[in-house]
Design a protein around this ligand. Sequence first.
Ligand SMILES: [Zn+2]
Ligand SMILES: [Zn+2]
Length: 367
Amino acid sequence: MDEEKKKRVSWDEYFMNIAHLVATRSTCNRGVPIKYLSKYKGVGAVIVKDRVILSTGYNGSPRGLDHCDDVGHEMIEGHCVRTVHAEANALASAAKHGIAVDKATFYTTASPCYDCFKMLINAGIERIVCGSFYGSRYGASEKVVGLAAQAGIQFEFLRSESDQPHGFDEDTIRITEAKVADINKLKVRKIHPSATVPSYSHNGDAGLDLFAVEGATVASGKRASIGTGISVEIPMGYAGLIWDRSGLSQKKGLKTLGGVIDSTYRGEIIVGLYNTSDEAVELMKGDRVAQMLIQPVESAKLEIVEDLSETQRADKGFGSTERSEGKKLEESEIREIKQASVPEEIKTQNKNTRKEENGEGKTKSRW
Ligand SMILES: [Zn+2]
Ligand SMILES: [Zn+2]
């Protein structure tokens, strides 16, 4: 028989296709293009547990109230507020029928808005599978993707050919999808057979420890490049930032030099160290030499302008901070002022990494 083998859809495709079908009952022609009703827009959602559908929902008016398709949209601040979102309707329908959705998977043809996402967290949803990427109320869909990991929710995209992104440019979508797909599996390659793979010492550590692949001596007042014997594939939209290990810098005076690993870099991670102490520092093979923080990064789009907005500080460098009578502030007073103007959580984060303030008053922080 040369009959072509039938392509069986996966369970995710199966439930997502049903979500697309659910979207055909939407009562408001906004949202994302409906796969099975291509001229129209809408959103469909399906809640599934153990491969059983628990509930469905589409973006639709509350029971008994007018439909946008009959009476027009009810626009407030650029958004139609007449309907209940598909996600919320699926949850409401489950609630009405007394169906528990704890630990269920949520299929939706458009990525959830911030409000719906917060409801999905509190309803106990464990996994969200989205069709299209949808920039919705508060422009928060992008934020949702970032918060999913924090909330312990698996977040995935299952885009079909008909899915058109809405409200975001292709770059943002590509980066966001890459973030979702890749951050949970940071690829590491051992270039050297005896290299130690980076690791977090303790749960909740910010940085992955980096280890020397061979012994080295860093002479007093000199620099050294320490090989780690590993290379990494950092996901698009992230960077690896190499920082001091506080023990090594404070006890032995070893400071890291430079150290931004771009997502496109595939070479060996080399740690630049500078010995600020009066004595040579001996490093053994397998010693922790630095730490690498994996952090999301934004690409700024530049706009050339004639003037920048005014601030009280304007172009004064940090060292030029003066009292009204013209007297220079004491070092401790400057620190006090600076501390007071930094939000509490940032103070904590910077506690161990704040550098000596210099004339530029800049620390290597992303805030
Ligand atoms: Zn509407
Ligand atoms: Zn919503």
